[in-house]
Ligand binder design. Structure first.
Ligand SMILES: [Zn+2]
Length: 1084
């Protein structure tokens, strides 16, 4: 690649750029990706017709209230049942505040809470009258019952003072705590963004265009290989006793007797209510309470048991409904990015993006697209201002990847002062001779070769010919000034480092890896349309010592060199260690054939780990290139060597002040090593196969700080886990990675990036350093005010990522985004995105556990969200009774999603969750994009008997609660790490036969890791749905078959996140009540 060519204009803009071929790499296994080639680059045709103002930036471009007109369905008044006591609140709800009265807008969601139960008359009597799920709104005017006053007192939240904006803990110094990360996935479209077929078909009948048969674009590329994904479930089945609880299952009328009296203390503010759905009254959930100190009274009231009561789940905001409404309202039109501050469709909606000046939401999503003008306002609302950035996200084939702009030796045009890159928001003045920076206002001369005349509107006449003037995302070819040591980089190298201990050999893992590599090496990333990959490869095996291999093409056989002085690691050979695959193919194949034989009889169980990384790093240093280490490792490194670890796992620390130590590395040896790796551009991917604790919190440090990925296969067994592992490995090896990267986020005056979350390293407060950054990794950036913003000029972000492509080309990828600014809180609340907010909050909380008791972290999260909602209630909604919970339309799912984060394994682990699982999940979530956190915290649950085998659409998803399940149905649940198939005890025999190939429920094996391939429409349809889901995720999900009432059912129930959890997590209904109480306390 002649990077030095002197082209001054953007290169072949408008025509396919070779460099981008990567987007259509042939699938592994030789299959071409269907239908990709043509439009990768879509021709750039200038602005979309309908787009009037190409340059969003300047001027008071008022964004149309994107969140504006709420979909009719999401009406403001939430399900109002018939109040059991009409005299209470009914009016509040039904005639309540006219929507127009609400300052905030018409999108309020009112949820009325019933009054204190004590005020309730003989409950049972009154309920019978109301049939449908209703709950009586409680209006304070009705005379709150005494209980409610005393309850809730020593209100924890009160004691914190109202402005409890700041969570009790403050994050650790930015650069200090990066967790490991991971994320992977390759080709396919950003999973979530909804590229694939619309996942949840609208029930309304409007057929969605998408189709199921052909898995989402990217999915096809994967055809032969699924992606893989570790699962965090402890393999061993949960203790049996867990099963003793009530069966899950379909509305089990009759199963659930009235709760014991003692457990039904009346709860202030909670209202009795009948369960409309099943005609049955449910009692409060006993587990609740533990989690929230403030509610200690709950459940302990003496006195005769008042009738059980609770909110009707059907009356509270439903994630399924919100997802479906968005899909119906926004899935059909492309999302055009020309207008400042537009809120994009949800990540669960399938939509196309047209770049007209702002980066696609596939690259950047924000917690709010309209940010407060002042810091005081921002503090008042407590809404975090953050952007989730995925700089190298893969796009669906229908969308155009960023164009590559080559300005020749002079390099990209930048502001003289702040060094921001040329972008659509720069203002050309003086006839085009100078431009004023949109970030810092400094005026810079336009270099002669870049000069162009302006038209009568002040726009350059070559506006549409230059990506950097008209698009939100594009790339610049970097000059030598952007390279280390002022020298263009060599292509990166991949080093495969295989644990050949007794466990690894005996499980068949070593042989499996070697066999796979023989073919996988043909699919290394090519970073463009190169004939063959430029990446060189090297091989190391290890146990207590390291074995290096010379695979130089001129050798007849590979040569092994052993380094046993692990304390002073060095690479024994330079020439012949890193080679071109094609040139050395015969020697490499021979080596991979021999490795399993050479160690077949090993008895070695003591392993080293740090010296392995050190060796890989030294090899890259010697070769003067960046690269990636693929380490396959099985156990805690206890052999005498640097980085030696001890088993310090101790579950007794859970719920103590020392719990945080479980997440901290046991030595800082690894972070020092990571620092060296980052300096060299050495990214470390880790594949773990533990049979016991191996200290993921410590081993994962280097992976995390180098931007690598971690995969974990506990109790690895060839039969059940190889498909998942191989798919993960294939995807991981093939995906595009930017090496030796540095990312900086510039902002316009008034705000600045203050905090960063993700897998990377920082040596100062502004530059995010990534030894490697792949297409699945996100970096979440938080912003704070440092001055006032103006509604006219809005706010701008520019994310610039400097990296080395897998072809060895140095590039800059630029993403720009303009946001609105507001002086009214209502505008903020109208333009928020809850999924992104949850992504930020989860990462913030998961980082917080490093330095704070988990309970402190949970309380801080609850408190912050209560303040967000209380601020809305106080400033944006019109006055109404305290018995009503009013949620902003854009945040009506905040409580349910927040609860999912609070009861996740990291923050509230059940007994079956291991310390390593928690550290692992914590690391994964830290690099997840918004779509991934969305499905991870609120899994997707699909009724399989509702699939239409003649239709491409997926069945409509249902809410994650046991009471939504029917004994006669089968369900598929996925969360990005696992796929469960739950089979009810009454499922028709014919369906069981068709899906599992056995004749009865009792014969279904729950150890199968894939569904049998049966030639009937139902089997084909279900398998195609699974293939499609696998293709959407960055890791291959583990399939777990769960039979109702079987021992594995507890694992499954753990994911029914609207229910209370075994580990003490609250149900959605109970949590909503709790949030309401917190909000009321803040307001009072
Ligand atoms: Zn500037």
């Amino acid at each position: 690649m002649s990077v030095n060519q002197q082209a001054h204009t953007g290169p072949p803009y408008g025509q396919p750029q070779p460099a981008y071929q990567r987007y259509q790499q042939p699938g592994y296994g030789g299959q071409q990706m269907p239908g990709v080639p043509h439009s990768q680059y879509g021709v750039y045709n200038g602005p979309m017709p309908g787009y009037q103002q190409p340059a969003p930036p300047q001027g008071p471009l008022r964004t149309p209230p994107t969140s504006g007109a709420p979909p009719p369905t999401s009406g403001a008044l939430l399900p109002v049942g018939q109040p059991a006591y009409n005299q209470f609140g009914q009016g509040d709800v039904q005639n309540g505040i006219p929507a127009s009265d609400m300052k905030g807008t018409s999108h309020n969601n009112l949820i009325s809470f019933p009054g204190p139960s004590t005020s309730v008359p003989p409950a049972s009597g009154s309920f019978t009258a109301t049939g449908s799920g209703l709950y009586t709104p409680y209006s304070s005017s009705q005379g709150p019952r005494p209980a409610s006053m005393t309850h809730g007192l020593p209100p924890t939240s009160l004691s914190q003072g109202v402005p409890l904006a700041q969570p009790a803990f403050s994050g650790p110094p930015l650069s200090m705590q990066r967790l490991p990360s991971q994320g992977s996935g390759y080709a396919p479209p950003p999973s979530s963004t909804g590229i694939g077929p619309s996942n949840y078909p609208s029930t309304t009948g409007a057929p969605r265009p998408s189709t199921m048969q052909s898995p989402p674009l990217s999915g096809q590329a994967l055809a032969g290989l699924p992606a893989s994904q570790p699962n965090h479930l402890a393999s061993p089945p949960p203790p049996q006793q867990a099963m003793s609880g009530p069966h899950p299952g379909p509305p089990m009328t009759g199963l659930q007797g009235p709760p014991p009296p003692s457990t039904h203390p009346s709860q202030p503010g909670y209202q009795i209510q009948q369960n409309g759905s099943f005609g049955q009254v449910r009692g409060p959930q006993p587990n609740y309470g533990g989690a929230y100190p403030g509610t200690s009274n709950y459940g302990s009231q003496p006195g005769p048991p008042p009738p059980p009561k609770r909110l009707d789940p059907d009356s509270i905001p439903s994630p399924i409904q919100v997802i479906e409404d968005d899909r119906n309202n926004r899935g059909s039109e492309p999302f055009v990015t020309g207008v400042r501050g537009q809120v994009p469709p949800l990540v669960t909606t399938n939509f196309l993006v047209k770049d007209q000046g702002n980066a696609s939401p596939r690259y950047i999503r924000c917690t709010s697209y309209n940010i407060p003008c002042t810091s005081d306002m921002a503090k008042q609302s407590q809404v975090p201002l953050a952007a989730v950035i995925k700089p190298l996200a893969m796009l669906p084939t229908e969308e155009t990847p960023p164009y590559l702009v080559d300005h020749g030796e002079s390099g990209p045009i930048r502001c003289n002062r702040c060094k921001a890159y040329m972008c659509p928001f720069m203002q050309f003045i003086e006839g085009g001779r100078r431009f004023q920076c949109c970030f810092c206002s400094c005026v810079t001369e336009v270099p002669p070769h870049y000069f162009q005349h302006l038209d009568h509107t002040g726009k350059r006449v070559d506006f549409y010919d230059r990506p950097e003037l008209s698009l939100g995302s594009y790339e610049f070819l970097a000059t030598v000034d952007y390279c280390k040591n002022n020298k263009f980089p060599d292509p990166p190298a991949f080093i495969f480092m295989i644990d050949v201990s007794y466990n690894a050999v005996k499980s068949g893992l070593v042989r499996l890896i070697c066999e796979e590599l023989k073919s996988l090496l043909d699919y290394l990333p090519r970073g463009g349309n190169l004939e063959e990959s430029a990446i060189r490869v090297g091989f190391v095996t290890y146990n207590k010592v390291l074995h290096f291999y010379n695979v130089k093409s001129s050798l007849a056989q590979p040569q092994m060199m052993v380094v046993s002085d692990v304390a002073d690691m060095f690479v024994p050979l330079l020439d012949g260690f890193l080679v071109n695959v094609n040139e050395s193919r015969a020697v490499i194949t021979s080596l991979l054939d021999q490795i399993p034989e050479m160690f077949a009889d090993t008895r070695e169980t003591e392993m080293v780990f740090a010296p392995v990384i050190q060796a890989g790093l030294d090899a890259l240093k010697a070769a003067e290139c960046a690269g990636k280490l693929f380490i396959f490792h099985t156990s805690l490194p206890i052999a005498e060597a640097p980085g030696k670890l001890k088993n310090r796992d101790d579950k007794k620390l859970i719920n103590t002040d020392k719990e945080k130590t479980l997440f901290q590395p046991q030595t800082n040896f690894y972070s020092n090593l990571a620092k060296d790796c980052v300096a060299q551009g050495c990214c470390v991917d880790l594949f773990l196969f533990p049979n016991q604790y191996l200290d993921v919190a410590t081993l994962g440090v280097v992976t995390y700080q180098t931007g690598g990925s971690i995969y974990k296969y506990s109790y690895f067994q060839l039969e059940t886990d190889q498909e998942r592992f191989l798919n993960d490995l294939r995807r991981d090896v093939q995906k595009e990675v930017g090496f030796d990267a540095v990312m900086r986020v510039r902002t316009s005056t008034g705000i600045r990036a203050t905090d960063f979350f993700g897998a990377f390293y920082m040596s100062n407060t502004t530059d995010v350093e990534l030894a490697g950054l792949d297409c699945d990794k996100t970096i979440t950036v938080e912003f704070k005010h440092d001055d006032k913003l103006s509604e006219d000029s809005g706010a701008l972000l520019q994310c610039a990522l400097l990296y080395t492509s897998s072809a060895g080309q140095r590039r800059l990828r630029i993403h720009n985004l303009s946001l609105n600014c507001c002086t009214q809180l209502a505008d903020l609340y109208r333009n928020c995105e809850t999924d992104t907010l949850i992504n930020y909050l989860a990462k913030y909380a998961y980082r917080g556990v490093l330095n704070n008791p988990v309970k402190t972290v949970r309380d801080a999260l609850i408190n912050q969200c209560a303040q967000i909602l209380a601020c809305y209630r106080k400033n944006c909604a019109s006055p109404s009774s305290a018995g009503q919970l009013i949620l902003p339309e854009c945040m009506k799912l905040l409580p349910v999603y927040l609860n999912c984060v609070l009861k996740s394994d990291v923050l509230q682990p059940g007994p079956e969750v291991s310390t390593d699982d928690r550290a692992y999940i914590r690391q994964l979530v830290t690099s997840m994009d918004v779509a991934e956190t969305n499905v991870f915290f609120y899994p997707r649950l699909l009724p399989l008997t509702k699939v239409d085998v003649d239709n491409d659409a997926l069945p409509a998803a249902i809410r994650n609660s046991e009471e939504r399940l029917s004994k006669g149905d089968m369900y598929l649940l996925e969360n990005g790490l696992n796929i469960f198939v739950w089979v009810g005890v009454n499922v028709q025999q014919g369906l069981i036969q068709n899906l599992f190939g056995v004749s009865s429920f009792s014969q279904i094996s729950n150890t199968m890791s894939t569904l049998p391939i049966l030639e009937n429409p139902f089997s084909k349809k279900v398998r195609s749905i699974m293939d499609m889901l696998q293709a959407q995720r960055s890791r291959y999900m583990k399939l777990i078959i769960v039979k109702q009432e079987d021992k594995f059912e507890m694992l499954f129930k753990h994911f029914l996140v609207e229910d209370k959890s075994m580990s003490g997590g609250a149900s959605y209904v109970d949590f909503l009540c709790h949030m309401h109480k917190e909000i009321r306390q803040l307001l009072s």
